[in-house]
Design a protein around this ligand. Structure first.
Ligand SMILES: [Zn+2]
Length: 297
């Protein structure tokens, strides 16, 4: 099963499974949506597999056979709810779970993009999570833990999905028909984020414009001040203010991406974000600001 360079987490999870000290819920979150979904799929299948000797499900036990041959909807050991699922789907799941598990095998419930569940559905899910029943496991994905209801996240093990390695990412993008120059741009704009890169090239209408802006943003950061102003003058002079606003917004985003690629700026950005978070706690505000000043690049 393709997991986009997540072997380290897979090995750790396999050790946990072998020791049988896995609770009953896990949330995969972080860098890349594709990798999170793939890991969830892999882990769900590992929970169902009766063998589990290797890093891959065996493919021959009864559950593996069922899973790979039968669509999930008719495979009784497996349920899937995603961000579109409302409270009715959760209620249906609840009544299904009340039925006795006839096969004595594990039962897996995938909860995809748990951060997008509406409050009513999430609260109904919570009731199920609180009393899951024997051999019932919840495998969830989320974009960030901060967007998940704390009452749900506190009942699960948290696993940060690693960024997709460069090599894996360029191979995947090539498989999807991207040109070499586009792959290079994708690797710069979305390092380690395969899903974002794929969606960008699928949906973005102004790719040529963005490429030009990105080159400009890169040049501007390197250029001396006089050249920066001359370039900006040339670029924005003839445009009306609405277009200017849009282009400046995009340039700001690209400058941010460029800054993130440079360690010293990226470290400072992280420190800045941390300062915002610290400010919400009881920490000393003067100290927060002073420690930030020390880290100014
Ligand atoms: Zn198996």
């Amino acid at each position: 099963m393709e997991t986009f360079g997540q072997e380290k987490i897979q090995k750790a999870l396999l050790r946990i499974l072998k020791k049988s000290n896995f609770g009953h819920a896990v949330i995969f979150f972080g860098h890349d949506e594709f990798a999170a979904a793939a890991l969830a799929e892999w882990f769900g299948q590992m929970l169902l597999c009766e063998e589990r000797a290797q890093l891959e499900p065996c493919g021959v036990c009864q559950n593996c056979q069922n899973r790979f041959k039968t669509p999930a909807v008719v495979f009784p050991q497996l349920d899937l709810l995603s961000n579109g699922s409302g409270i009715d789907a959760v209620r249906e799941l609840k009544s299904k779970m009340a039925l006795k598990n006839l096969t004595d095998s594990n039962r897996v419930i995938f909860l995809k993009n748990i951060h997008n569940f509406k409050a009513a559905a999430a609260n109904a899910l919570l009731k199920i999570l609180e009393e899951p029943g024997e051999k019932v496991y919840f495998v969830m994905t989320a974009n960030s833990l901060r967007n998940v209801l704390p009452t749900i996240s506190s009942r699960a093990m948290h696993l940060v999905v690693q960024s997709v390695p460069r090599k894996v990412m360029s191979a995947e993008l090539a498989k999807r028909g991207l040109k070499k120059s586009d792959i290079e741009l994708a690797l710069e704009l979305f390092p380690g984020q395969l899903a974002k890169a794929v969606n960008f090239f699928k949906n973005e209408a102004n790719i040529e414009q963005i490429k030009a802006d990105y080159r400009l943003a890169t040049d501007l950061l390197k250029a001396p001040n006089r050249k920066r102003f001359a370039e900006t003058e040339r670029l924005l002079k003839k445009q009306e203010s609405g277009t200017q606003r849009e282009q400046v917004r995009r340039l700001l985003e690209l400058v941010l991406i460029r800054l993130r690629q440079e360690a010293k700026y990226n470290n400072f950005l992280q420190a800045l974000l941390k300062a915002f978070r610290d400010l919400k706690t009881n920490a000393n505000p003067k100290q927060i600001f002073e420690s930030l000043l020390i880290q100014l690049p």
